[in-house]
Design a binder for this molecule. Structure first.
Ligand SMILES: NC(=O)c1ccc[n+]([C@@H]2O[C@H](COP(=O)([O-])OP(=O)(O)OC[C@H]3O[C@@H](n4cnc5c(N)ncnc54)[C@H](OP(=O)(O)O)[C@@H]3O)[C@@H](O)[C@H]2O)c1
Length: 205
């Protein structure tokens, strides 16, 4: 699979790029800075590093893994370059307060709002995979993926299955991204309380 990881220079994107390259995928690391992209691509064992706009050309799937606040502006900026190439959104908006970590106030997920900006079909997933866990090897547990479009969902499930010890599971339509993104706040609260890197394992299936 040919994969562009936009924001592949960050904690999560770099760990994902490393795991996918290890699994044999042709991975392009994207960054706003081509030099940084090339350096991080070499670190991850990826095929190449390019500017975000150059990274999305000729790939099977684009993983939008920039800092969550930058996800929507970046999707809008890359809309033309991405065209109809399937996109996987991994972003979760979090609000940090004294009482704990909260999900965004916006009812709609970042993934649904990303879909409104792109012609490409959007999937959402991998939210429960901590960068710190992924950095050391496959992340413990299952990965949940959702999408309205069957093709992007299949690609995202195939990608997810390569980076977890458990299963890649179909969590339904793109609106499920509201729950998946919200779950990140739950996981961060668990990590803070129990000092760990929580993952998710679904039982009963
Ligand atoms: N960290 C986790 O454990 C984790 C787990 C699951 C999902 N996620 C999601 O994965 C995504 C990345 O998380 P992260 O922790 O790796 O984030 P991060 O390290 O803060 O940022 C990732 C990359 O985003 C780019 N970036 C930062 N500000 C930007 C801006 N204003 N415009 C465009 N690009 C910008 C930077 O790349 P350049 O400067 O090279 O362009 C940076 O290396 C987030 O959406 C997060 O919600 C994270």
């Amino acid at each position: 699979m040919r994969v562009a990881v936009i924001g592949g220079t960050g904690d999560f994107g770099l760990a994902l790029a490393r795991r996918l390259a290890e699994a044999g995928d042709h991975v392009i690391v994207g960054s706003r800075d081509a030099e940084r992209a090339r350096a991080k691509a070499a670190e991850a064992g990826a095929a190449d590093g390019r500017t975000n706009a150059d990274a999305v050309g000729g790939v099977d799937i684009v993983v939008l893994a920039v800092n969550a606040e930058a996800a929507l502006p970046t999707a809008a900026e890359l809309s033309g370059a991405i065209g109809e190439t399937p996109v996987l959104s991994v972003a979760s908006e979090l609000r940090f307060t004294k009482s704990g970590v909260h999900p965004t106030r916006d009812v709609r997920s970042i993934a649904e709002r990303t879909q409104e900006l792109l012609r490409a079909p959007v999937a959402a997933g991998l939210h429960s995979l901590a960068a710190a866990s992924l950095a050391g090897g496959k992340a413990e547990g299952d990965a949940l993926v959702c999408a309205d479009d069957a093709h992007v969902k299949d690609l995202a499930l195939e990608l997810a299955a390569k980076v977890v010890t458990g299963r890649a599971l179909d969590a339904g339509p793109l609106s499920s991204a509201r729950a998946l993104e919200g779950m990140t706040a739950v996981i961060v609260n668990l990590n803070r309380r129990y000092k760990g890197h929580a993952g998710i394992r679904v039982t009963g299936l």
